[in-house]
Write a protein that binds this ligand. Structure first.
Ligand code: NDP
Length: 485
């Protein structure tokens, strides 16, 4: 069993109190590693290191070109270590190895993208009258506290670190307590790629004891949070006392909408992929499957037939399509929703744990149908492989049901009628809308939610904006300054 240390000011350290917490393999339920159980004094130590690196360390003198090169070297280093990272990610989170490999490839692409973008941050000349020159300068916001969840551990770390570093910020990253390992593995390469000590600090531990002190710390300028809506609300309240900049990427209950004229076979695959990828532990999971009346029964039947053939098994086996859920807590939560669903709807498939897998936090891919959109399984984020299929009558009805949720992260529409599809795109209140597929993300395109799915955008040029301040510079061109006294 490996005992990890965390990274503060370029040093691998234990928590001040010397405590560690166990890290599990969810496919065996066994402890496979330990990580430091950080508390407020450790969070403070990390913020002070990030503050010093930002204020006086070499980082403020580093040029955008140099920051870009560091990120490009990190991208290459991730590619070289991809097999190791993917294996640890898969073992720790339960996600199938093939999906973990995709994640790690996306991590490298993310560092590469922001490595390129570092030198494309532009100021502006403002069109003021001729007696002045007015400039807008873009400057890093300062120290960023970045708190991430367990479903895409390394990818979420990259989505946070890459734009922040490109902008010139320094960071304290807190991974989820279930999945701290790949962020720590990544950090071992920081000196090799030229990242100075203190620029990125990684604090491992629990939300309330290690995360909250970061959010409350007066020397932190910005909080970037990905996680549940419930914790997101607490983050906003905690950050209010010191008026920190906050961005929130929260959960969802995303509609995946199928019209009768959609390509039927592609639609069935899209419905399954949309909700069962990564065991359904996806913020944008298409967990509400809206199907037009004429194809509804056939759709439920075909989906059920294919869902029964999804291969569950140990995440490191290459043919596995669905691994265990991340933790006992998540397993129990999803199992309880399976029971709630049985009271609220009909079961098409699944609804329990797979009999063949005695150990591990496995649950069956579960499809409920004939549920009203008001059902708990249609309104609450389950964050597991549980789909609720809901019929609709026409376009208007689909829009009404799709938007009837407090969330607004994502949605998808399937139709061969481009006019209908585009009308739906405009009517859906969601930050991301797919047409005739669901889930692919691009580092070049914005990601984030409407309504209670959060605010702010990650990825693309939008991602770096969230780490920049705008400074207006007003240069007087009169020989006499303007004034009355
Ligand atoms: P949580 O909100 O429980 O946790 C997210 C992170 O916040 C963890 O690091 C957690 O630490 C930390 N945290 C918990 N409580 C506090 C606190 N009081 N102060 C500061 N930090 C705290 O979410 P989950 O880990 O359960 O992740 C699942 C959620 O994340 C889902 O709702 C999902 O939709 C959302 N998500 C959203 C994405 C998006 O892009 N919109 C992407 C991925 C996930 P600890 O590990 O100790 O709990």
């Amino acid at each position: 069993m490996k005992r990890y240390r965390m990274l503060i000011n370029g040093e691998w350290v234990e928590a001040a109190r010397g405590a560690f917490f166990p890290v599990y393999d969810p496919s065996t339920e066994e402890v496979t590693a330990e990580a430091p159980d950080a508390a407020a004094e450790d969070a403070d130590r990390a913020v002070r290191a990030a503050r010093a690196a930002f204020d006086t360390g070499p980082w403020p003198q580093t040029t955008a070109q140099e920051r870009g090169r560091i990120l490009l070297r990190l991208a290459e280093r991730v590619r070289k270590g991809a097999a190791m990272l993917a294996e640890i990610e898969s073992r720790n989170s339960g996600k199938p190895i093939v999906e973990a490999e995709f994640d790690v490839a996306d991590v490298a692409t993310c560092f590469e993208y922001y490595g390129g973008l570092a030198t494309k941050v532009m100021g502006h000349v403002n069109p003021v009258p001729d007696n002045a020159l007015s400039l807008s300068l873009r400057e890093p916001v300062g120290v960023a506290a970045q708190i991430i969840p367990w479903n895409y551990p390394l990818l979420m770390a990259a989505w946070k670190l890459a734009p922040a570093l490109a902008a010139g910020c320094t960071c304290v990253l807190k991974p989820a307590e279930q999945t701290p390992l790949t962020a720590l593995e990544l950090a071992q390469w920081f000196p090799e790629v030229g990242l100075p000590p203190g620029v990125v600090n990684i604090v491992t531990g629990f939300g309330e004891t290690a995360g909250a002190p970061l959010v409350q710390h007066p020397d932190v300028n910005k909080v970037a949070f990905t996680g549940s809506a419930a914790v997101g609300k607490q983050i906003v309240k905690m950050a209010a006392d010191t008026i920190k900049r906050v961005t929130l990427e929260l959960g969802g209950k995303s509609p995946n909408i199928f019209f009768a004229d959609a390509d039927f076979e592609a639609a069935i695959d899209g419905a399954l992929f949309g909700v069962f990828i990564n065991q359904g532990e996806v913020c944008s999971a298409g967990s509400r499957i809206l199907v037009e009346h004429p194809i509804y029964s056939r759709f439920v039947e075909a989906m059920t037939e294919k869902a029964k053939r999804i291969k569950l098994g140990p995440p490191l086996e290459r043919e596995t399509k669905m691994g265990p859920l991340v933790s006992r807590e998540q397993y129990e939560r999803v199992r309880s929703y399976q029971e709630i669903g049985k009271q609220e709807a009909k079961v098409a498939s699944g609804g329990g744990r797979p009999a063949a897998l005695a150990r591990g936090y496995y649950v069956e891919p579960t499809i409920f149908y004939d549920a009203p959109n008001s059902a708990r399984i249609a309104q609450e984020e389950i964050f597991g492989p549980v789909a609720t299929v809901i019929p609709f009558a026409d376009e208007k009805d689909a829009i009404r049901i799709a938007n009837d949720t407090p969330y607004g992260l994502a949605a998808a529409v399937w139709s061969r009628d481009i006019f209908k599809a585009f009308r739906m795109v405009k009517a859906l209140r969601a930050g991301v809308v797919w047409v005739n597929h669901m889930q692919p993300t691009f580092v070049e395109a914005p990601w984030g939610g409407y309504k209670q799915s959060g605010f702010g955008r990650e990825l693309g040029p939008w991602g770096i904006e969230e780490y920049l301040e705008t400074k207006q510079v007003h240069i007087n061109l009169n020989e006499q300054p303007i004034g009355w006294y």
